[in-house]
Design a protein around this ligand. Structure first.
Ligand SMILES: Cc1cc2nc3c(=O)[nH]c(=O)nc-3n(C[C@H](O)[C@H](O)[C@H](O)COP(=O)(O)OP(=O)(O)OC[C@H]3O[C@@H](n4cnc5c(N)ncnc54)[C@H](O)[C@@H]3O)c2cc1C
Length: 454
């Protein structure tokens, strides 16, 4: 059978764009199918617009607390409509940049929803009219359709927002209930609170950021921002209803809350349903597509990258998977994705960043007696003249037997920039002794990483 393309990529997000561009750069005839704006979650409704909002929140926080430095900042107002409009313009600019780089590489763009009709063919459907716009065939097909927010199955759920809706708002609400304690929930709680919204956060467990090193979540809970957030723990949302212009939430305790809006941030799931995959009987790993080290599904010509496979759901991971796929199948480079020491951040104010094993995980793997913890917590110099002083925390997890550094964790300003660099050292197998013989750069927060002795 003659195919129209060497590769069709379904989904023009982080993983799909990376794979399409890399394969096309090797001379492959590539098409990409996208039902929404080119760019995917990261560019359109994730990392990028969120981080721009974090910058807005940081600017406001700095202005609010600048009097100690002699800067009079009373009377500052925040106009959320300006921020939201600027964020949307930047997102469109980035989306257009991706579109033009695809065109330069001769990648054909199909706008619409991709749906499998055979193992090598897709139909492209208009999401509004449901009309079939095109039928396309390819030797290889890469699925990179990403995730969607999980919906709670409770009465009135359609009244609530998901993170996707936040970027479409005209203005920020005066009060919001955020349901969830993961990184997306915490980031939005921090953005909204620091920009003046009254925030209540509802979490199912006892603490925020389940799965992160315990000291990091404690620092966040004790921070000035989260002290201003009404955190309701060990509780779930039972129903939502509209009361006049506001939303009334009923909790499983029977308590009721009235807020302008509700954001549900209780996790994400792979967006596989519209693809019509059932007849292909691809092997699954729970709700994710099962793939081998080459990102190949149980069908040798169908591949998957990004948030639809059971790997850390992060943009750099999806991009690397897409590039490695193209390097292997369109240039025979025999590469693998390195999943060791993937750095992660939570862009609250201050931010949380982490690489390697948490203290708890290290003790589970190597036994408590073989783990040594180095930790310090202090008020950074930048907070000296501030009224509300946030502390920072740095922590190193070390294997006593080998002196290898197993994990580095930090709560504090610019921790993401610091931990990104430390992840190189961890990947190179750095020991605690090598931290100790490294000269400090003074005065910084990160110098504590090389001056912590037991
Ligand atoms: C609010 C938020 C904040 C985040 N912040 C960060 C962060 O700070 N750092 C980080 O690393 N990660 C972050 N992430 C996660 C990151 O965005 C994802 O891990 C990454 O985008 C996954 O890339 P992907 O290629 O798998 O899919 P996506 O980027 O989601 O792209 C999938 C694309 O496929 C399209 N699509 C879906 N179905 C079809 C179909 N049938 N036909 C055609 N097109 C289809 C979608 O419209 C979408 O454009 C965040 C996510 C969210 C929601």
């Amino acid at each position: 059978m003659e195919f129209q393309f060497d590769l069709i990529v379904v989904g023009a997000g982080s993983g799909g764009l990376a794979a399409a561009k890399r394969a096309a750069s090797y001379g492959a005839k590539v098409a990409i199918v996208e039902v929404n704006k080119i760019g995917g979650t990261c560019v359109i409704r994730g990392c990028v617009p969120k981080k721009l909002m974090v910058y807005a929140a940081k600017s406001k926080k700095n202005m609010d607390s600048s009097e100690g430095y002699g800067l009079k900042s009373k009377g500052i107002s925040f106009e959320s409509n300006i921020l939201l409009k600027n964020v949307r313009e930047e997102v469109s600019r980035l989306s257009n940049l991706h579109r033009s780089s695809l065109s330069k590489l001769n990648v054909t763009i199909f706008e619409g929803l991709g749906r499998f009709i055979t193992q090598n063919e897709l139909e492209i459907i208009c999401p509004k009219t449901k009309k079939i716009l095109n039928k396309v065939s390819s030797k290889k097909i890469l699925i990179s359709v990403g995730g969607i927010p999980k919906k709670l199955n409770i009465p009135g759920i359609d009244l609530a927002w998901t993170s996707d809706d936040i970027f479409e708002l005209d203005r920020f609400p005066e009060s919001i209930l955020i349901v969830g304690g993961g990184y997306i929930a915490c980031e939005f709680a921090s953005i909204f609170r620091n920009l003046g919204t009254e925030v209540t956060q509802l979490i199912r467990g006892q603490h925020l950021l389940n799965g992160f090193d315990k000291d990091l979540s404690s620092c966040l809970e004790e921070s000035p921002t989260f002290n201003e957030i009404n955190i309701i723990s060990n509780t779930q949302l039972n129903s939502i209803k509209r009361v006049n212009g506001d939303l009334e939430s009923t909790l499983d305790s029977g308590d009721k809350l009235l807020t302008n809006n509700i954001l549900i941030a209780t996790g994400r799931e792979p967006n596989l349903l519209p693809l019509n995959l059932e007849f292909l009987k691809l092997k699954m790993d729970g709700q994710y597509l099962d793939v081998n080290e080459l990102n190949q599904t149980s069908n040798a010509n169908i591949f998957a990258v990004g948030d639809i496979i059971k790997r850390p759901n992060l943009t750099p991971v999806a991009i690397e998977q897409g590039r490695v796929f193209a390097d292997n199948f369109f240039n025979d480079l025999k590469r693998k994705v390195n999943y060791e020491n993937i750095p992660k951040a939570v862009f609250t104010i201050p931010e949380i960043s982490t690489v390697g094993l948490s203290e708890k995980r290290a003790k589970e793997i190597y036994s408590e007696k073989n783990i040594r913890i180095f930790k310090c917590k202090f008020t950074p110099m930048s907070n000296t003249f501030k009224e509300k002083k946030s502390k920072c925390m740095l922590k190193i997890v070390v294997n006593k037997l080998t002196d290898k550094v197993l994990g580095c964790h930090m709560f504090g300003e610019t921790s993401s920039e610091i931990i990104q660099m430390l992840s190189i050292s961890l990947n190179a197998g750095i020991t605690k002794k090598e931290f100790d013989i490294t000269m400090a750069l003074h005065p910084t927060i990160s110098e504590e990483f090389v001056t912590m002795y037991s």
